[in-house]
Design a protein around this ligand. Structure first.
Ligand code: NAG
Length: 918
């Protein structure tokens, strides 16, 4: 920052050269996303109106004298002095240091939409102490946490540990468009209606109708947008707001468009911009060494968010700042949230540490349930596997190339003419036998089920939907008809409970010819409508409850996966954990589904962006996230797919998938040399499955995702705040994938004290390192002080490794200590929720490795320990002995010092045991 000021004058010329270079890059990428199909803020009526709001312009006041107090909340009347419109402000305290702020019209012309289904229904209230002062009320949660509601002008401040961490409407940019009657065309401009318009603004034509790309939005209900500034006075490090193909650390939007949240099917999306994508989770974390807070904006309508966090929104902007000497040392992160309809409903999670915020978010939005073991192994997909013979050959290909994989997926072509829940009778004439052939090998099959229903007489879903009134309607009340994969299609209205029940029943075995062990991929559920505005539904369609599509758009995909989840439960009679992969998502979708980053491209930049995209989804609850390996569109060069495999094996969800027009991409098709390298990468994933599985269990219990930003474990280390190309798996592994073509080394930052290369055991002290890489490796480090459970006998599917023995990797810290955990259960059922599991804690201390069953559930297993590898040991022990109930006390064989490999303790994982080095 200081340097930039000194250099600013000499930079003017280089700036111009640089700008031309930027424009060249833009031109050379013009063959990808068609931006003209998607709105900018300026092309979205409400966004434009909201973005015109100036600092200090809001005229809202809270009347504290009329406020009421209950044990967990306060309710205070608010008036917009500018136009006399009354509002109600409610502030709630939820148990576990979470505040909720709701602002709605006191007497709206008709109800305004409040988000349903996204959050848990059983949130527990906290106990509030209210201290009233003349100009504010202090809402005290505990000695460290409080919220203050100020009356004139209205603003709400949040304090954690004495530091002001969040302020709502501190810059007086609240704009809440009240519902109103449409002005009569004959009305004089200065009549009562016009006088009632928000603030001093002129009514705009976009308030009552607007059009984009040849589509008319009739907007019969008029303007109803909401927007407010929310600032974080303690930090400019804000993260999250999925889904965007952008950095994890949120960028400044000054001079560019705001980040947009509106579930859209964006063909050939580009990286490094805030355009809307398939999923929308209006959630961010604000982080500093002292405090971390989470902020959830609970609104399901189209939403845009502006950020003023220093720096520039893009290259051009940051250079302008540089030249103008605009960069400053101030630390305030400023944001402004704008939604097209609904109410203002904000959650503030008070932390104070990142893991506290994750827990608090999970207590409100739920956590991702533990997947079946196969689902966290490697999956193989393609649009499309052509027929049963193709499926058989691909499946056998994995065996003949000695590559493990756990499921094969069928895309839209497996159906009879894109009619979901059917099979193409020529290509897939024996679905039950085909699936049984796959499951007999311990593998699974996944089929795609999309929400667009083919309008074809005789297709049972369509007939049922017409007969029982299950479709979304247009503004005149007629069934809406759009265009998608099947051609003419209508869309089930998942907002209607009877539609969800109907959808769930389609998954019953008798309604879908298959086997119990079949899983589901819900794609195109933004929903994608090829001939609709911005490739989705018109906003004036009508859903169950008389809500406009405008109000609920971002929830459509959530309700679809919720119904699918219930369907899978019906199908297995509650015996098997469902597996669903979704493209569209909203807050809370993670309670039902895994997610992938949609239709990416075979480019290095897309491999690189998969890390921040999954980190971002991860802090928003999506524990099980991944990107199509190799890139969906176009053909990856061998080096790219190799590096992608190596990176993806350290991401939560692993799937090779490709577009129908690409070359076949099974992992043995890139030459023998690359086949061996990819095999080695996949085997590394399978070895680590016990560790991953333990982390996914932790995700369900504590809300902490397996794939973590480094600052989640090292909150004080500011050097970790800008790292985008490196991440943690749990608290023990650091991964720094190769993300550049032709790289022979990777720059890595290691926080803390000591780390060990997980594959060659070289020890590294904390700090910056340049790590040489070969074709066969990406840098992966185990943190000193941790113990990782693995299985080293790799079989053709994870389910076949169930009874295999464990190898433990013990990485010692500077005090010669380490600890770790292992969670096991049957890998597929819900038995674990009724005690059928086992949790083991490993501790190394005073030259002794101890294993203690800390949670002795009733899960029975014969798994045992076959090897212990100790990293960081300094001299050769004289002897090593093991003792446990099953093996008694005996001497063990061992070799080496670093690593020190201890052979065959043979202890059972279900018993307590210890190994003593002397
Ligand atoms: C199932 O496997 C058997 C044995 O390999 C094979 O003959 C049969 O064609 C397979 N069935 C299907 C539908 O793929």
């Amino acid at each position: 920052m200081i340097m930039s000021r000194l250099w600013s004058s000499s930079l003017v010329t280089s700036k111009i050269i640089f700008l031309s270079y930027v424009f060249l890059i833009l031109i050379s990428h013009s063959d990808t996303v068609d931006r003209s199909k998607f709105k900018t803020c300026d092309q979205s009526g409400f966004c434009k109106r909201q973005r015109n709001v100036k600092e200090g312009s809001a005229t809202y006041e809270a009347d504290l004298s009329q406020g009421t107090v209950s044990t967990s909340s306060v309710s205070i009347p608010v008036i917009n002095k500018g136009n006399g419109i009354p509002f109600v402000l409610e502030v709630f305290l939820l148990e576990g240091l979470k505040f909720r702020v709701k602002l709605n019209e006191a007497k709206p012309l008709r109800p305004r939409y409040e988000v349903e289904h996204a959050l848990l229904s059983n949130m527990r209230e906290g106990k509030l102490e209210v201290k009233k002062a003349a100009d504010h009320w202090a809402l005290i949660a505990d000695t460290n946490n409080e919220a203050r509601v100020y009356s004139t002008p209205l603003r709400i401040e949040f304090y954690s540990g004495g530091e002001k961490v969040t302020v709502i409407n501190g810059r007086q940019m609240l704009k809440f468009e009240h519902l109103r009657k449409k002005p009569d065309v004959n009305d004089e401009p200065n009549d009562e209606n016009a006088a009632n318009e928000e603030g001093k603004e002129e009514p705009e034509p976009s308030m009552w109708e607007e059009s984009f790309g040849g589509h008319q939005d009739s907007k019969p209900r008029g303007p109803e947008s909401v927007g407010v500034d929310i600032d974080f006075p303690f930090t400019q490090h804000l993260y999250g707001l999925p889904e965007h193909a952008d950095s994890f650390l949120i960028k400044d939007t000054k001079g560019g468009d705001p980040y947009r949240l509106y579930n859209l099917d964006v063909f050939e999306y580009e990286v490094n911009n805030g355009m809307a994508l398939y999923a929308s989770v209006p959630y961010i974390m604000a982080h500093s060494p002292k405090n971390t807070v989470g902020l959830l904006w609970l609104n399901a309508a189209e939403t845009w968010v502006d950020f003023d966090v220093g720096g520039g929104s893009n290259l051009v902007d940051s250079i302008v700042n540089l030249v103008g000497g605009g960069a400053s040392d101030e630390k305030v992160g400023r944001t402004r949230w704008m939604s097209e309809s609904g109410i203002i409903d904000i959650f503030v999670f008070m932390g104070p540490k990142p893991t506290d915020v994750m827990r608090q978010f999970g207590e409100v939005a739920g956590t991702a349930p533990l997947p079946q073991m196969w689902a966290i192994a490697s999956q193989q997909c393609r649009w499309n596997y052509n027929d049963e013979e193709d499926v058989r050959q691909v499946d056998e290909g994995f065996d003949s190339h000695d590559m493990p994989y756990d499921s094969i997926w069928l895309d839209i072509e497996h159906t009879d003419g894109k009619k979901y829940f059917t099979w193409d009778s020529h290509k897939f004439g024996h679905p039950v036998e085909m699936i049984q052939n796959i499951t007999a090998k311990g593998r699974k099959m996944v089929t795609i089920i999309d929400p667009h229903i083919k309008r074809e007489s005789g297709y049972f879903v369509h007939e049922d939907a017409l007969r029982d009134d299950l479709y979304v309607k247009d503004k005149t009340g007629k069934v809406y008809e759009g265009w998608c994969w099947p051609g003419a299609a209508s869309y089930l209205d998942f907002f209607d409970p009877k539609v969800r029940e109907y959808w769930s029943s389609r998954f019953r075995l008798e309604n879908y010819p298959s086997t119990v062990d079949l899983y589901t991929w819900n794609d195109m559920n933004e929903p994608s409508v090829f001939n609709g505005p911005e490739v989705t539904m018109p906003k004036d369609l009508i859903h169950y409850g008389d809500w406009e599509h405008r109000d609920v758009h971002n929830l459509y995909g959530l309700l679809m996966v919720k119904a699918t989840y219930d369907g899978q439960m019906l199908r297995s009679e509650n015996q098997l954990r469902p597996f669903i992969l979704t493209r569209a998502a909203y807050v809370g979708s993670h309670r039902y589904t895994s997610i992938w980053t949609g239709d990416n491209t075979a480019e290095w930049s897309h491999l690189k962006i998969s890390i921040p995209m999954c980190l971002s989804l991860g802090i928003a609850g999506f524990a099980h996230c991944g990107a199509d390996i190799g890139g969906f569109f176009h053909n990856p060069e061998p080096e790219l797919i190799l590096r992608w495999y190596q990176a993806a094996m350290f991401q939560p969800f692993v799937r090779n998938h490709a577009h129908i027009e690409t070359k076949r991409r099974e992992p043995w098709l890139f030459g023998d040399h690359n086949t061996a390298l990819i095999r080695s990468a996949i085997r590394k994933r399978y070895a680590l499955l016990p560790y991953w599985y333990t982390l996914f269990h932790q995700a369900e219990m504590e809300g902490i995702p397996p794939m973590r930003p480094i600052w989640m474990l090292f909150p004080d280390d500011v050097k970790t705040y800008n790292i985008e190309g490196q991440h943690l798996i749990g608290n023990a592994l650091m991964v720094a994938p190769v993300l550049e073509k032709g790289a022979s080394k990777v720059s890595v930052y290691l926080p803390g004290v000591i780390w060990y290369d997980f594959y060659n055991y070289v020890a590294y002290q904390s700090g910056y390192h340049t790590i040489p890489v070969t074709e066969d490796s990406i840098p992966v480090f185990q943190r000193g002080g941790t113990i990782i459970p693995t299985k080293q006998r790799i079989r053709r599917a994870s389910t076949l490794m169930k009874r295999d023995p464990f190898t433990l990797f013990v990485a010692l810290d500077e005090n010669n200590e380490a600890r770790g955990r292992l969670y096991i259960d049957d890998g597929q059922s819900f038995g674990y929720r009724n005690g059928k599991f086992l949790e083991v804690e490993f501790t190394f201390k005073d030259n002794k490795l101890q294993s203690r069953v800390v949670n002795p559930g009733s899960y029975a297993t014969t798994e045992w320990v076959e090897r212990v590898v100790i990293l960081g040991w300094r001299n050769r022990p004289a002897s090593i002995t093991v003792s446990s109930k099953s093996v008694g006390t005996s001497k063990l064989e061992f070799e080496g010092t670093h690593p020190l490999v201890i052979r065959k303790p043979r202890t059972l994982i279900t018993e307590d045991w210890e190994i003593i080095l002397s």
